[in-house]
Design a protein around this ligand. Structure first.
Ligand code: ZN
Length: 181
């Protein structure tokens, strides 16, 4: 999931070099020696949902790499032109074919080593019938006791699930933010 370094200038196609730009910036940047463009790399947003139905949560078995065959909450890369909530809803339709109502933002996790921020919204399922897309082998509901903790695809998913089931016991859903290093 690590991003490869930038090799070529997006503006003119010349090979870039990593160096400190001339403007006092203190981080190494991909700088184009030909047209002097500086290409910044910043974290990417991954957006998803915690779809719930009674005491159960919907998980999707991944039909794609990475983590093929592991279970995840529906989530994916945010697209240009959409809000975080719109992206989370889109991913939930694409990966699970679920019918649901979006709720509050539930978790925000900085995944520092891969340069990503993962955001999960709670989503109330309106049906327990799913129509998963090609990215998903199987979409099904799990109670807390049934969650396959050793088969969860990503740490942000297991952390979000732990927070969800803990909050559910109190009846108070908070906003959980943390950093995974
Ligand atoms: Zn250039």
């Amino acid at each position: 999931m690590h991003r490869s370094p930038i090799k070529f200038c997006k503006d003119c196609g010349a090979a870039v070099v990593y160096r400190l730009p001339d403007d006092g910036d203190t981080k190494l940047r991909a700088v184009c020696p030909a047209c002097h463009a500086v290409h910044y790399e910043n974290p990417i947003n991954v957006v998803g949902t915690v779809p719930h139905w009674g005491d159960k949560v919907l998980l999707c078995k991944r039909n794609i790499e990475p983590r093929f065959g592991k279970w995840t909450l529906p989530a994916g890369f945010m697209e240009l032109g959409e809000s975080t909530a719109e992206g989370a809803a889109r991913e939930t339709v694409e990966e699970a074919g679920a019918q649901f109502e979006m709720q509050e933002l539930f978790s925000v996790m900085s995944v520092i080593h891969v340069g990503q921020v993962h955001l999960y919204y709670r989503a109330e399922l309106l049906s327990d019938v799913f129509d998963p897309g090609f990215e998903t082998i199987e979409a099904r509901l799990f109670t807390e006791a049934e969650i396959p903790w050793d088969e969860i695809a990503f740490r942000t998913v297991s952390q979000t699930l732990k927070h969800y089931f803990a909050d559910r016991k109190t009846g108070q859903f908070g906003l959980h933010h943390e950093s995974l290093v």
